[in-house]
Design a binder for this molecule. Structure first.
Ligand code: CUA
Length: 354
C-alpha cells in the first residue's frame, strides 16, 4: 500500500520543478537570443565609420554564401533521409566511390573559396595600408593591464581613454613588450593583436562627434585581462584641437596646502613599503619622468583610471592607492603601505591635475 503513495508524491514533484534538461535548454536559448540584442556598447553588428563598414561588408558576403550553402546541404540531407529511408521491400544499392561526384564536390568549394579570396584579400590589403591625406597617427602600447596612447606629432601622451576627431582616418601602430594583447573597439574597427617584438597596424575612422565607444583587450593576457578596457571619445576637429592644446600643457600647479603636500609625497617621499611614485609615473613640468606606468600629467581630465576599470572618483582612488592588486587582480602597482593622510594628500594632488 505504501509504494504507490511514494510514487504519487515523486510524480507530483516532477511536475512542479523543471528538469535539468529543461533548465539547460532555456538557459542556452536565452544565451543565444542575447546575441540579437541591438546596439549594445560593444555590439559589432552596427559598425560605424567607413572602415568598420568595409570590414563588415566582407563579413556580409561571406555569411550570405555560407547561409546559402547551409540551406542547400541541409535540404539535400533531409531530402535523402526521407526519400531513401529504410522501407520493407527496398534494399540500398551497394557501391564504392563516384569519381564524377567527388570532382564536382571538390571543384565547387574551390571555386567559392577562390571567389571569396578576391574581396577578402583586397579588403585586408586596403585596411592594412596607411591612409593617405590627413591622418592622425597614434602609437598604442599595450601593458598588463592598461593602454598607453602616444600622439607622436602632437606631443600628447595619455592612457586608456583615446580622443579622436571625426572624419579623419586614425592610423594606429601597436606595440607591447610583456605578453600578447589584442586591441578591439567593436563598433569602429576589427581586432588587431599586439605582439611583443612586432609592430602591427590598424585603422579606423569615426563619423559621429560627441560619442564614447567601449573597447576591450581580446587576447587573454593575465589576471586582469577583463579589466583592460578601451574608451574612444569622438570630437569635432575644433573640439579635438582644444583637447590637444589642454593635454600639451604641463601639469597644473597644486592649489591647496594638502595638494602641495601630495605633490611633495609624489615627487620626493620614499613610500612606507619602499619605492617612489616617480620611479614609474610621469607628470610633465615636474621631475617625475617615469615611463612604465601611466603618464599622470592630466590625470584629472580622465573619466576613468586603471585600464578604464574605475570611475575617477576620490573613493575609488583611495581604494586603489591603499592596495591596487586588492581591487584589480594582477595590477603591477603593488601596495606601498601608504597612510590614510598620505592617501588624502595624493588624492588632492592628483585631483588638481586637470
Ligand atoms: Cu591585455 Cu587581455
Amino acid at each position: 500500500m505504501r509504494r504507490p503513495s511514494i510514487l504519487k508524491v515523486s510524480a507530483g514533484r516532477a511536475r512542479r520543478h523543471p528538469t535539468r534538461v529543461q533548465v539547460s535548454l532555456v538557459s542556452c536559448a536565452l544565451l543565444l537570443l542575447s546575441g540579437c540584442v541591438k546596439n549594445t556598447p560593444q555590439g559589432y553588428l552596427q559598425p560605424e565609420g567607413p572602415i568598420a563598414r568595409k570590414a563588415d561588408s566582407l563579413w556580409d558576403i561571406t555569411f550570405l554564401i555560407a547561409a546559402v550553402i547551409f540551406v542547400i546541404v541541409q535540404g539535400l540531407l533531409i531530402f535523402a533521409m526521407i526519400r531513401f529511408r529504410e522501407r520493407p521491400g527496398h534494399e540500398a544499392r551497394q557501391f564504392h566511390g563516384n569519381t564524377k561526384v567527388e570532382i564536382i564536390l571538390t571543384v565547387i568549394p574551390a571555386l567559392i573559396l577562390a571567389g571569396l579570396a578576391v574581396p577578402t584579400v583586397s579588403t585586408v590589403l586596403a585596411l592594412g595600408k596607411k591612409p593617405t591625406g590627413d591622418v592622425l597617427e597614434i602609437k598604442v602600447i599595450a601593458r598588463q593591464f592598461w593602454w598607453e596612447y602616444q600622439y607622436g606629432d602632437l606631443g600628447v601622451v595619455t592612457a586608456n581613454e583615446m580622443h579622436v576627431p571625426v572624419d579623419t582616418p586614425v592610423y594606429l601602430t601597436l606595440e607591447g613588450d610583456d605578453v600578447i594583447h589584442s586591441f578591439w573597439i567593436p563598433k569602429l574597427t576589427g581586432k588587431q593583436d599586439v605582439v611583443p617584438g612586432q609592430v602591427n597596424t590598424m585603422q579606423f575612422e569615426a563619423e559621429r562627434p560627441g560619442k564614447k565607444y567601449l573597447g576591450q583587450c581580446t587576447e587573454y593576457c593575465g589576471l586582469s585581462h577583463a579589466n583592460m578596457r578601451i574608451l574612444v571619445y569622438t570630437h569635432t576637429q575644433s573640439e579635438f584641437d582644444s583637447w590637444v592644446d589642454e593635454q600639451r600643457e604641463p601639469a597644473a600647479k597644486p592649489q591647496s596646502a594638502l595638494a602641495r603636500e601630495g605633490e611633495r609625497i609624489f615627487l620626493e617621499e620614499q613610500l612606507p613599503a619602499g619605492g617612489q611614485c616617480i620611479s614609474c609615473h610621469a607628470v610633465q613640468g615636474t621631475d617625475a619622468q617615469g615611463t612604465i606606468a601611466p603618464d599622470l600629467t592630466h590625470f584629472a581630465s580622465r573619466e576613468t583610471f586603471a585600464g578604464a576599470m574605475f570611475d575617477n572618483t576620490p573613493e575609488n582612488l583611495a581604494a586603489w592607492l591603499r592596495d591596487p592588486p586588492a581591487v584589480k587582480p594582477g595590477a603591477k602597482m603593488p601596495s606601498y603601505g601608504l597612510t590614510e593622510d598620505q592617501i588624502e594628500a595624493l588624492i588632492a594632488y592628483l585631483g588638481g591635475l586637470d
